[in-house]
Design a protein around this ligand. Structure first.
Ligand SMILES: C[S@@+](CC[C@H](N)C(=O)[O-])C[C@H]1O[C@@H](n2cnc3c(N)ncnc32)[C@H](O)[C@@H]1O
Length: 417
């Protein structure tokens, strides 16, 4: 083992280190090691340039997540030495001239195989700036929003959120490509919460796509609105603000906007009546019928795109429970919940179609992260003819009868029932 460590040390010193892979963790040792959780699978190490300094990036691969940490050469030698003496049974070191594989048997017998490299190998040193990401976590607002460290690294517990953010931006970008916008694109994000998805979309559309946009986040919690508007101001983000309002109140607003303007970064009086001229309506994880209120706002303001990730589906669930028409399903709580989700969102999709939207239902993020993983996307294509409208209403009626539903909140609110 010392021979392997010596090879590692000299490759770090003379700059010939290309990469290193650790595999086959010894389970019982992991549990006693303390710093690492038991579902560790591998560790991958590669050189990177961070702020003009050579560092080594460690990717700790766990069963369902990756964790990345960067260390200098001295720390790298120390950490790898610990990992191969304490945990991993296999280690492969790749240098510019040699590949060295070390295997440790369960009884502690070490064997090493060294192969010289015949082809000319180049070191693939990844520069921290060259990654072509949709979202740049080094933008200062991500640290202020609590997604990254001060250095712009996504923290371990926000990795899933970051993945969700990137997936979301990717989906919205794909959908927007099929829509023609005129002039400034006005986007309202209802129930914007801590703003991760709102900031992500703003960043992507302004920085990467160079779209001219105005973004309004609607959030009921005043403390969040104040905090987010401070971050927007500090980050000098133009035509972007959060407003303190319930979705319902926002949705009810007519042409005059009497809300208090909370951010001076919002330019031009034309955006003060934003709520009646929305191009893209977003509602992600807004509770129960708040999603419906947001959809109503989108339909009424003629939004070209309506994007929602519905949250809980209490209204329909309660109707189904009350009517007991589907007793065999209501008996099993989980199935009841799933059924209510599908019925609620299918009727939403049909109502969007009735009002001239081509609807798509897609998976937002893998089921393992959240059961609320459906994204409902409506793209305005023009009103259907009367025959088509009658067919849609017929379908809605049939679903309601089958599941003992008297009314769907959205249907009622849009005076379809
Ligand atoms: C689950 S969070 C979702 C945040 C964000 N849209 C996301 O998907 O990451 C829901 C947010 O909506 C807000 N909210 C809930 N009901 C609301 C309502 N009726 N009007 C406005 N905001 C509401 C909550 O305060 C919360 O911040």
């Amino acid at each position: 083992m010392q021979k392997f460590i010596n090879k590692l040390e000299s490759s770090l010193k003379d700059g010939s280190f290309v990469k290193l892979t650790l595999s086959k963790p010894n389970k019982s040792h992991v549990e006693t090691y303390g710093r690492m959780s038991a579902d560790i699978r591998n560790v991958y190490v590669k050189p990177i340039i961070l702020r003009n300094e050579k560092m080594y990036s460690f990717t700790y691969r766990y069963e369902r997540r990756d964790e990345t940490k960067n260390y200098d050469a001295t720390q790298t030698l120390e950490i790898i030495t610990n990992l191969i003496t304490e945990i991993f049974l296999n280690a492969s070191l790749f240098t510019l001239t040699e590949d060295i594989s070390m295997m440790v048997s369960k009884k502690g017998k070490v064997s090493i195989v060294t192969k010289s490299v015949k082809e000319q190998r180049v070191q693939n040193v990844e520069h921290d700036k060259v990654k072509n990401r949709l979202i740049n976590p080094e933008n200062p607002w991500w640290f202020k929003l609590g997604l990254t460290t001060r250095e712009g690294k996504v923290t371990a517990d926000m990795q899933h959120k970051f993945k969700q953010i990137c997936k979301y931006v990717e989906i919205v970008d794909g959908v927007m490509k099929n829509v023609k916008f005129n002039g400034k694109i006005r986007i309202a994000d209802m129930g914007a919460g801590k703003g991760y998805l709102t900031f992500a979309l703003y960043e992507y559309l302004t920085q990467k796509c160079k779209y001219d946009i105005a973004m309004e986040g609607v959030e009921i919690r005043p403390d969040l609105v104040v905090k987010i508007n401070e971050i927007i101001k500090e980050s000098d983000m133009k035509d972007f603000r959060f407003v303190e309002s319930s979705i319902e109140a926002y949705a009810c607003q007519q042409t005059t906007d009497n809300r208090q303007q909370t951010s001076s970064n919002f330019s031009g009086s034309q955006f003060l009546s934003f709520s009646d001229s929305i191009d893209i309506l977003i509602a992600l994880h807004a509770c129960n019928t708040a999603t419906d209120d947001a959809i109503i706002k989108g339909i009424e303001s003629g939004a070209k795109l309506i994007i929602c990730a519905p949250c809980c589906h209490k209204q329909i669930r309660q109707e189904m429970e009350k009517s007991k028409v589907v007793d065999s399903i209501t008996r099993y709580g989980i199935f009841m919940e799933r059924q209510a989700v599908m019925i609620t969102d299918t009727i939403r999709a049909l109502i969007l179609e009735y009002f001239g939207y081509k609807t798509q239902v897609m998976e937002f993020i893998e089921m393992e992260h959240t059961p609320k993983n459906v994204l409902l996307v409506g793209r305005k294509v023009g009103e259907p003819n009367e025959e088509e409208k009658a067919r849609i209403l017929g379908e809605i009626k049939l679903i309601k009868e089958r599941y003992g539903i008297e009314r769907h909140y959205l249907e009622k609110a849009l005076l379809l029932n």
